[in-house]
Design a protein around this ligand. Structure first.
Ligand SMILES: Cc1cc2nc3c(=O)[nH]c(=O)nc-3n(C[C@H](O)[C@H](O)[C@H](O)COP(=O)(O)OP(=O)(O)OC[C@H]3O[C@@H](n4cnc5c(N)ncnc54)[C@H](O)[C@@H]3O)c2cc1C
Ligand code: SF4
Length: 325
């Protein structure tokens, strides 16, 4: 591993040297450093900043500090009761030990698990711009069917981010230019011809918190994850959903897909197709079809279209049944 300097962040407005990066739980960044994919000169540890609390927002909703650990967030009674989809998504990710280290900010900014990206000896437009994308002709079984480009078809691997996108969560960011807010569903960029930039963040911008708006029907929400083994594996497809049904009709719905795009994929088209429709499996399948009409699968990942269709119908059907109990 390349040698590097280490310091703790002095304060929220602490600037970043050009070749410095923030370090939180280190469960992704340190792995990438060991692999030679990330080569920072300086690590700036943010875990001692006062960002470790979950607090209630004045108008309802919750503010989750950026260094709140994934285990603590999943176990918080306000999350388990008010936003079960988020708790379930967190518990579906990684392992207990990793969740004890991983933070809210770091989880959002974890990088793709594309095997070529994680191998510093391979060409890859994301870690070496202009070197090519071997995944298109090579191993793309778990890569994007939505939102990819000729330059990159990487998927974003976070489970938590999919739930946050469905819940209309907003990322609070602080930097030398001041504070700003970014919806989670717009934090990650689509690759187009510059896949080396994962997000819309500028160098030195620190995630300070994630704000969850009040969403009363999120008490009826769920996360469903398909993966190659029952635990300790990244998703090959996932769905986060919240559903509000009155007299058998969909009154409101939130839906996001995971592991199918370079960002957690908020399924706005499917949501629109469902409003005012009967809360039936047929409607849910038709809504998924509307969202997936733009899918552009490659040789080995077309299975994801069917998978997402079935996951969507399954999770929404279960939520609709809960509503009528
Ligand atoms: C074996 C294994 C299995 C896993 N399985 C899953 C899984 O199934 N599902 C899943 O979702 N995840 C999974 N993960 C990933 C894990 O969830 C992430 O590694 C973790 O959430 C990253 O959080 P961290 O705090 O350790 O981030 P770090 O590794 O410290 O940082 C990650 C990135 O975020 C940046 N960063 C951190 N905090 C901030 C901040 N506040 N502001 C700005 N930038 C910041 C860092 O500079 C770095 O670029 C797995 C990881 C491993 C090793
Ligand atoms: S899909 Fe993206 S990350 Fe993977 S090899 Fe291609 S350019 Fe690199």
């Amino acid at each position: 591993m390349k040698t590097f300097a280490y310091r703790t962040a002095a304060g929220l407005s602490d600037g970043l040297e050009p070749d410095a990066v923030f370090l939180a739980g280190g469960t992704n960044l340190v792995d990438l450093m060991k692999l030679g994919v990330a080569t920072p000169d300086v690590l700036v540890d943010v875990t001692r900043l006062p960002l470790g609390e979950i607090t209630e927002l004045p108008g309802g909703g919750l503010r989750i500090g950026a260094t709140v650990r994934n285990s603590d967030l999943a176990a918080d009674p306000r999350i388990r009761g008010g936003y079960p989809v988020l708790s379930q998504a967190l518990l579906a990710g990684a392992s207990g030990q990793l969740r004890n280290m991983a933070t809210t900010g770091g989880n959002l900014l974890q990088r793709t698990r594309c095997r070529y990206f994680m191998d510093a000896t391979k060409p890859c437009n994301k870690h070496a711009p202009g070197s090519g994308c071997p995944a298109r002709a090579g191993d793309h079984r778990n890569l994007a069917i939505l939102g990819g480009s000729a330059a990159c078809i990487a998927t974003h691997p976070s489970d938590m981010a999919v739930a946050l996108a469905a819940l209309d969560a907003v990322v609070r960011v602080d930097g030398v230019a001041g504070e700003r807010s970014i919806p989670v569903s717009r934090l990650h960029r689509l690759p187009e011809d510059t896949p080396e930039r994962d997000t819309v963040l500028e160098h030195g911008e620190l995630i300070t918190a994630v704000e969850l708006p009040a969403l009363p029907f999120a008490t009826r929400s769920a996360y469903r994850k398909a993966r190659d083994r029952a635990s300790y594996a990244f998703a090959v497809g996932s769905v986060a959903a919240a559903l509000d049904v009155t007299d058998g009709m969909v009154r409101d719905v939130r839906l996001a897909f995971g592991a199918v795009a370079p960002r957690p994929w908020r399924a706005f088209t499917a949501e629109e197709a469902l409003l005012g429709r009967p809360a039936t499996r047929e409607s849910f399948l038709a809504a998924a079809d509307a969202e997936l009409a733009d899918a552009r699968p490659l040789r080995d990942n077309a299975y994801k279209v069917t998978l997402l269709r079935n996951l969507t119908a399954s999770v929404l059907t279960r939520l609709a049944e809960e509503e009528t109990r």
